[in-house]
Design a protein around this ligand. Structure first.
Ligand code: ADP
Length: 458
């Protein structure tokens, strides 16, 4: 069903309240009926106590202890809450009855229970009746039948029932509309939030939903959406920055390339001049292909979601890596490990290899020719690999930025050390994807230590 939230709240609350009210009203009616019946039954009991001793039966005729009183009593009247009395013999044959019964008789029950009253009628009059045995000289000779009008009590009970039946739907209808109104009022802020959220697009991502200043659920929702918008805005800005940085980085070697070729084409040159210019052109092309390769690598890491982690023994893996990189690239790394037992970690092997390769290359690139690079495997609280160099180091102000795409320390650029500024961005992404914690300690002029912390497999 496509009903609104406020209607659903109102309907559910009304349904629950309907149940509660039904129970309460039912109980009220029950208690009222019980009280009315009980009070009439008690009155009947009093009448029985009053009259039981006044009658005695002698030779099938009723005699009275006080004949005058009997005739004057209220039983002669039929209105004003009258009491009806009839005396019957053991078979139920009427011997005498109060004049207010006129030609009617009270009901005789052969299997009566003397303590219990029951409902009966004479004509259209509803009665509450009891039946008690009559004794003469210790011998049961008949029954005394007593009844009291139930009209007033019935009227009272009927009135009560009608009032409750009338109030019940009225209360429910009032309740439904009040609940609907209140629910509507309380979700108004949600409507504002959804309206405002719908208005926010890529163009006005800097806008925020007005916060109410309270810390209730609505306030928390507003904050959560605003935080999400903040994160989205930052991500968009990073994306824009990345695209503009990438274009800029590619445009620089392209301009050099174009400039060199334009100069070359202007007039014929000597073979030496051609050789020099072509070398510069090739350097620009190398620079561009390095950037493109790194960009592709970064894109692959960003797209390669859910890398499958596998178990890997860190010491053997690192020794193999050191041998391999020495053979392929000629890097002479010093391997160190004081741990005598195998260290098993869960990570992604190919990613770890790329991370180490990037860090080791940087270690050599930013050290003097005679510099040494160490690869140290250790185990403190966690299993670790450290790539330690004693090169130029990094100023502490740049320690955060070196992981941003295209960031290069200006001094490094000025020194003409080749690079794209993408290597550490790739390392950071790879570490995130492979459950490795990456950190760096560096001191300018003294060297840097890049540290990888692993989750050990149990
Ligand atoms: P690239 O090496 O291509 O410039 P990276 O992303 O690998 O790009 O490194 C970013 C910057 O961080 C480098 O330009 C350099 O300034 C600094 N850097 C990285 N590794 C080291 C290191 N081992 N020693 C000193 N500086 C480093």
């Amino acid at each position: 069903m496509n009903s609104s939230y406020k209607e659903r709240i109102a309907r559910r609350l009304t349904l629950v309240t309907a149940g509660i009210f039904f129970l309460v009203f039912f109980l009220i009616y029950l208690v009222a009926s019980y009280t009315v019946f009980d009070s009439i039954d008690r009155e009947l009991q009093l009448e029985i106590e009053e009259h039981q001793e006044e009658f005695f039966i002698h030779e099938q005729t009723v005699r009275f202890l006080h004949q005058g009183e009997w005739e004057e009593m209220e039983h002669a009247q039929i209105h004003l809450n009258p009491i009806f009395i009839e005396v019957v013999d053991l078979e139920g044959n009427s011997l005498d009855r109060s004049p207010n019964l006129e030609e009617n008789h009270l009901v005789f029950s052969s299997n009566y229970r003397s303590q219990q009253a029951w409902q009966t009628t004479i004509g259209r009059l509803e009665l509450r009746q009891r039946q008690v045995p009559l004794f003469t000289s210790g011998k049961q000779v008949g029954y005394l039948l007593l009844a009291k009008s139930f009209e007033d009590a019935r009227k009272l009970l009927n009135n009560l029932r009608n009032i409750l039946l009338l109030i019940y739907p009225l209360i429910l209808v009032t309740l439904y509309f009040s609940m609907r109104y209140l629910a509507g009022k309380s979700i108004e802020p949600l409507e504002v939030i959804s309206q405002k959220t719908n208005q926010i697009t890529q163009q006005n991502l800097n806008e925020r939903i007005p916060e109410s200043g309270t810390n209730d659920e609505i306030g928390q929702l507003t904050k959560a959406i605003n935080n999400l918008l903040g994160r989205l805005e930052q991500a968009m800005q990073r994306e824009k920055q990345f695209t503009s940085d990438a274009s800029h980085e590619l445009r620089t070697p392209l301009s050099v390339l174009r400039g060199t070729l334009e100069v070359l084409i202007r007039k014929p040159r000597t073979t030496e001049e051609y050789g020099l210019k072509i070398k510069s052109v090739l350097a620009s092309i190398d620079q561009m292909s390095a950037i493109i390769d790194q960009l592709l690598a970064l894109a692959r890491v960003e797209n390669g979601q859910n890398l499958v982690m596998e178990e890997l023994e860190l010491i053997a893996f690192s020794e193999e890596f050191v041998d391999k990189i020495a053979k392929e690239k000629g890097y002479q790394i010093q391997f160190q490990s004081h741990v005598g037992v195998p260290i098993y970690v869960r990570t992604h092997e190919k990613s770890l290899e790329m991370i180490l390769q990037n860090l080791v290359e940087n270690g050599f690139k930013y050290s003097s020719v005679a510099g040494v690079v160490f690869l140290r495997v250790g185990r403190n609280e966690r299993a670790t690999i450290e790539i330690i160099d004693s090169g130029r180091g990094i100023d502490s102000v740049y320690l955060e930025q070196i992981f941003d795409p295209f960031f290069r320390v200006q001094e490094v650029v000025d020194s003409g050390i080749p690079g794209t500024g993408l290597g550490l961005a790739i390392v950071k992404k790879l570490a995130q994807e492979s459950a490795i914690k990456l950190s760096v300690i560096s001191e300018k002029g003294k060297g840097s230590t890049f540290r990888l912390d692993f989750n050990e497999s149990s």
